[in-house]
Design a protein around this ligand. Structure first.
Ligand code: CA
Ligand code: FE
Length: 314
């Protein structure tokens, strides 16, 4: 069985029109569909499945769920059995309940966020097609993001009370869903408390990650850009569109990614992310960042976390 990548994220937004403008005209996704309930489906130009982002209008921001795509339908049964054996409840999701997708399973991470695994989704193809394709579409908007790359979720960490949902999530996803730990931050007097965990499914540095916080939440979803020049241009586009930027173009120590953090109109954090950093081969040794270098791990140049990084999330 092989889980391949993040398939989609369902984000709650307060104002659908403003959100569509943000995700399409600033990030550069394409609006593909709207369902009867008013949910809006978007994809990046370099993605072939029908959508990677679902926007759902709601009274509060945040993430409803994140879905990962596996290669074969039969994998779903194997993952379901592994998750149940681990002691986590699994709900069967019939084909079609997730729009344009086959059957799926739904379960809660140890930190509480909802995750789904599916194998089939209607494919509409890359914008540039598959026959003698152009390297990028000339009518791409905004930052021109290629694809949804990863989500970063906040997991409760309270060592004095024996709570470490970062480590529990890492153990669960490694044991049951074929994720592999690539990088971690360890803290505490014996440096044995896993406070951040970055996990991959393939050879990119991460497909999901966890940072600690007082309550479980949605820290950000990230969209992939080609390179540093694209990151700089993306920040220009954000400024021109009055997007609230959290962190201007910078480098992460962890993953070596080139990054901008910013907020959608509902306050959900987004990232545009370039530089695949390195190839996370299956036998790559895990990279560890120590507590005294936590700031450097996140923001390499300043070496300092801004207050919003750990305190503001949806
Ligand atoms: Ca990735
Ligand atoms: Fe990220």
């Amino acid at each position: 069985m092989s889980l391949m990548r993040i398939g989609h994220v369902n984000i709650r937004v307060l104002d659908m029109a403003a959100s569509i403008n943000h995700y399409c005209n600033v990030i550069g996704l394409e609006k593909i569909d709207t369902d009867e309930a008013g949910n809006v489906y978007l994809k990046g130009w370099d993605e072939w499945d029908k959508y990677s982002v679902i926007l759902s209008e709601a009274d509060s921001a945040g993430m409803n769920y994140v879905a990962y795509k596996t290669e074969n339908d039969a994998d779903i049964d194997a993952y379901s059995a592994a998750i149940k054996a681990y002691g986590i409840d699994v709900e069967d999701v019939p084909a079609g309940e997730m729009a344009d997708c086959g059957r799926a399973i739904r379960f809660a991470l140890p930190s509480g966020q909802t995750m789904c695994v599916f194998a089939e989704k209607v494919a509409v193809g890359k914008t540039v097609g598959t026959l003698n394709p152009a390297p990028w579409p000339q009518d791409v908007k905004g930052a021109g993001a290629h694809w949804l790359d990863h989500v970063l979720l906040v997991a409760p960490l309270d060592p004095p009370n024996g709570v470490n949902k970062v480590a529990e999530n890492c153990d669960f996803l490694s044991a049951c869903l074929d994720f592999r730990l690539t990088e971690q931050v360890t803290v505490g007097p014996d440096a044995d408390i896993q406070a951040c965990a970055f996990l991959t499914l393939g050879s990119t540095p991460h497909d999901i990650a966890f940072v600690p916080g007082p309550t479980a939440g949605f820290h950000h979803c990230a969209f992939y850009l080609d390179g540093w020049g694209d990151v700089l241009k993306a920040a220009d586009i954000m400024r021109m569109n009055n997007v609230k930027i959290d962190i201007t173009p910078n480098r992460h120590g962890i993953t070596r990614g080139e990054t901008i953090y910013f907020f959608d109109p509902s306050g959900n954090r987004n990232e545009t992310f370039a530089g695949l950093g390195y190839l996370a081969q299956p036998d790559m040794p895990v990279i560890t960042w120590s507590e005294d270098q936590l700031g450097t791990a996140i923001f390499y140049h300043s070496g300092e976390l801004n207050e919003a990084f750990t305190q503001v999330y949806t």
